[in-house]
Design a protein around this ligand. Structure first.
Ligand SMILES: *Cc1c(COP(=O)(O)O)cnc(C)c1O
Length: 236
């Protein structure tokens, strides 16, 4: 997409149309799954100018997902203040300090070191931070997230830290041979339900499903779906 095409009316109408379709698809999946709880649509804003992000907010989107610290710092001041911002990208410990007062949840906690740094920065800022553990649910090499056999160790560590609140789990699953990620969504749902049984309602967030597969993710209990290209168009 060229810079110019961002601000024309046709593009805005396209986003409006996309938003309506996504919201309809989420509702259908919620009904089909027989769910009575709510699914939040997160707009993933990487490469999207803040004006366009704010346009999506004017349509009703209230949750933004940020991947890149540097890009986020350049845009966040301009964002509609009614929006909540969650950090969803790979996060180096030395960057935590830049975002700690600007986001209300971090979805991508995948190491003790990162959890400790978030806890420490929260202490300095006098706040608490909601976090999700990112699970490498396909146990893929070179993929972010904690491998499945290390989830419990990291979860216990997070639960022991005074300034972070473990709310649940996030995943970016691979695509299985059947062309879907359903098997992995199902595994994530199982992990989420296990922790919800053990630790109660503090565990209330399952973040999975992107543009290509959010309807399936909703069938397996996702309550935040993270949508970029289906809303804003293909990233250049
Ligand atoms: C980019 C991104 C998304 C959105 O991806 P789309 O396929 O464009 O919807 C969701 N989650 C994370 C962590 C991402 O980096």
């Amino acid at each position: 997409m060229t810079e110019k095409s961002y601000f024309n009316n046709e593009y805005l109408l396209q986003i409006k149309d996309n938003y309506k379709k996504i919201a309809d698809n989420i509702n259908s999946a919620v009904n089909k799954a027989g769910r009575t709880d709510k699914v939040r649509l997160m707009a993933v804003t990487k490469t999207v100018p803040f004006e366009i992000v704010n346009y999506s907010a004017s349509l009703g989107i209230e949750l933004l997902g940020e991947n890149r610290v540097q890009e986020f710092l350049g845009k966040y001041e301009h964002y509609d203040k009614k929006c909540q911002v969650h950090f969803i990208g790979r996060l180096q410990s030395n960057k935590v300090k830049y975002i700690i007062d600007k986001v209300s949840m971090i979805h991508s906690v995948d190491s003790v070191k990162l959890a400790d740094e978030i806890d420490r920065r929260c202490q300095v800022s006098g706040r608490k931070m909601d976090i999700l553990i990112e699970v490498n649910i396909g146990n893929e090499e070179n993929k972010s997230g904690v491998p499945t056999d290390e989830v419990s160790r990291l979860a216990e560590h997070c639960l022991s830290l005074p300034n972070i609140i473990l709310k649940g789990f996030m995943a970016i699953p691979p695509i299985d041979i059947d062309g879907s990620s359903c098997k992995f969504f199902e595994r994530m749902e199982r992990i989420y339900n296990d922790y919800r049984c053990k630790f109660g309602e503090q565990i209330d967030t399952l973040s999975m499903g992107m543009s290509a597969d959010y309807a399936n993710a909703v069938m397996y209990g996702a309550n935040i779906v993270r949508i970029g290209s289906a809303l804003f168009g293909r990233r250049s």
